[in-house]
Write a protein that binds this ligand. Structure first.
Ligand code: IPE
Ligand code: IPE
Ligand code: MG
Length: 239
């Protein structure tokens, strides 16, 4: 299906696989959780940088469905951190015109975190400066599986004709319905893999992998990724 060529040098949607908190902690002889805490500061810097550059959607991969397999202590620490961030940053988000959203299996999250999130999502829903989308208990394969289940249910109920299923129909059943596909995907800490992130949505995203560990990632690194993006020739299969 023909995609419109990107007309501006600034990506409308940037998605980031925020990786390397553990390695950063190890390098500094600190517990892993200190790495995650340091990563929180990077989130603040990058959100501000995205606003300054005029990015409209920022998706941050914060916790994957696979991350539940980590030691209980780390998972609990991350959930506590997440809850604190939402609570402490709510007024700042409102001031900056940020709309908080999530993608992923919100039902998997501890109730206290879910409540904090839902309240912030509700309070910021009218904001239009930046959509900050947190991928939480997110997995691309489970997202696609759930979309298929949803479509199958509609077919069974006689509400959807299988012959009428288009790419748009599938997209509408994903967690990201209504959100444009990422133009730029950044992964920190040098790992050359996707780790079950937005498999459908990144079909034509430009990819930037930086060796910088997430807690060290700042405004300049973000600007550099945008400059890399601006220099790319997005052909979408054309010539
Ligand atoms: C990314 O940092 C944060 C999460 C996955 C929650 P990691 O915790 O994966 O850090 P490394 O990969 O072990 O360095
Ligand atoms: C991907 O990082 C998930 C997040 C950044 C939340 P991981 O550290 O979990 O990915 P792998 O294990 O290196 O593939
Ligand atoms: Mg990692």
């Amino acid at each position: 299906m023909a995609k419109e060529k990107s007309v501006t040098a600034i990506p409308q949607h940037v998605a980031i696989i925020m990786d390397g908190n553990g390695r950063w902690a190890k390098k500094h002889h600190l517990p892993r959780l200190s790495g995650h805490e340091a990563g929180r500061k990077s989130v603040k810097r990058v959100v501000q940088a995205a606003i300054d550059h005029g990015v409209r959607y920022l998706t941050l991969y914060a916790f994957s469905v696979e991350n539940w397999q980590r030691p209980r202590e780390e998972v609990q620490g991350l959930m506590g951190l997440l809850r604190g961030v939402i609570r402490e940053e709510l007024s700042e988000m409102s001031k900056e015109g940020i709309r908080l959203r999530t993608i992923g299996r919100r039902q998997d999250l501890p109730e206290a975190v879910r409540e904090e999130l839902e309240s912030a999502i509700e309070k910021t829903k009218g904001h239009t400066k930046l959509d900050l989308i947190l991928a939480l208990s997110y997995g691309s394969r489970v997202e696609i599986t759930e979309a298929m289940q949803g479509m199958a249910r509609e077919v069974k109920a006689g509400k959807l004709d299988p012959d009428q299923i288009r790419e748009e129909t599938v997209a509408e059943h994903l967690y990201t319905h209504g959100i444009p596909d990422p133009d730029l995907l950044i992964r920190t800490s040098g790992e050359m893999r996707i780790s079950n992130f937005m498999l459908w949505q990144i079909s034509y995203a430009e990819i930037v992998v930086t060796p910088v560990l997430w807690p060290d990632f700042g405004e300049e690194d973000f600007a550099k990724a945008l400059a890399d993006y601006a220099a790319r020739d997005r052909r979408f299969g054309g010539i």
